[in-house]
Ligand binder design. Structure first.
Ligand code: SF4
Length: 326
């Protein structure tokens, strides 16, 4: 591993000043960054430890719930406000990683984690995300874990997070600090599709810091479900995951929220399926139709064609669980 400098930031301005300098990266839990450094995928000159900033809080606001960027995944998943108001987020967090990792990983770090594409981690292989212009080992390679939506010839990787799928479904906002002050960004716009710049995972500026996320109050708490399909029951990334929330009036769907993980370079919100579900009666048949709608535009590669069947089945199943019909 390349030698690097390590400093602790004591305030927000100190972080912003530090990351304005090239070669500097933020570290919090380090559950992804340290792996990337050990494997030579990334080699910062300097790490700024932000763990001493007061950004761990989980607080109710007038319109929803604020979760600080340094709140630990394990703490958020067990927090009584989160469990009561946002069970979908709690379920998604508990489906991620392992208890040990959830005890170290932060909300901001979870958002910033990089793809688990094996070619990205193998520095002997071509990878446009790690080294732009070198090619993509996965397009013609073993692409079982890869995208079926929104990919480009440059990169077919998927975003690995579970938490982010729930936050995308729940209309969260990201609160960001930069030189010009604070700003907000819809969570669904935070992560990027690869297009011609797969080296960029999201729209966070190099000189910006995530302060936290805010999730608006909603009526999905009673009828929500996070379904994760993976190769083993724990400590595995999603082949396909689905975050489903229904606002029900009896058996009539007032509104729905749906997002998928393991299928795209970003959490994949299913807006068309949500529109279709609004006003319909909750039933397996309705959910199957919504799932078929959600699959429009899907494209598989040599080893991940199974996702074309798995994804609609997972959407249907998640909706059935959310509606209490499973
Ligand atoms: Fe790299 Fe993306 Fe291709 Fe994986 S899919 S090898 S991350 S460019």
């Amino acid at each position: 591993m390349k030698q690097f400098q390590y400093t602790r930031a004591v305030n927000q301005q100190g972080v912003l000043d530090a990351i304005a300098k090239p070669g500097t990266k933020i570290i919090a839990g380090g559950t992804n960054l340290v792996d990337l450094m050990k494997r030579g995928v990334t080699a910062p000159d300097k790490l700024v430890d932000i763990n001493y900033l007061p950004l761990k809080g989980i607080t109710a606001t007038k319109t929803g719930l604020h979760i600080g960027t340094l709140a630990l995944n394990s703490v958020v998943s067990e927090n009584s406000l989160v469990v009561a108001k946002l069970p979908l987020l709690s379920m998604a967090l508990k489906a991620g990683a392992s208890p040990q990792l959830r005890n170290m990983a932060t909300v901001g770090g979870n958002m910033m984690q990089r793809t688990r594409c094996t070619y990205f981690y193998d520095t002997t292989m071509p990878c446009n995300k790690r080294e732009p212009g070198t090619g993509c080992g996965a397009v013609e390679g073993y692409n079982r874990m890869h995208a079926i939506f929104g990919a480009s010839p440059q990169c077919i990787a998927v975003h690995p997070s579970d938490m982010c799928v729930a936050l995308a479904a729940l209309d969260a906002q990201v609160i960001i600090a930069g030189k010009k002050g604070e700003k907000r960004m819809p969570f669904v716009d935070f992560h990027r599709l690869p297009d011609d710049h797969p080296e960029l995972d999201n729209h966070l500026g190099k000189d910006e810091l995530i302060l936290g996320v805010e999730i608006p109050d909603n009526n999905f708490a009673k009828n929500s479900y996070y379904l994760k399909v993976r190769d083993r029951q724990s400590y595995a990334f999603a082949l396909v995951s689905v975050a489903a929330g229904l606002d029900l009036d009896g058996s009539t769907i007032r509104s729905a929220r749906l997002a998928m993980g393991g299928v795209a370079h970003k959490p994949w919100r299913l807006f068309e399926a949500e529109k279709f579900l609004a006003g319909k009666t909750a039933s397996e048949d309705t959910f199957k139709q919504a799932a078929q709608l959600a699959m429009q535009g899907a494209k598989a590669y040599e080893y991940n064609a199974f996702k074309l069947k798995l994804a609609p089945a997972a959407i249907t199943e998640a909706l059935k669980h959310a509606a209490g019909l499973a």
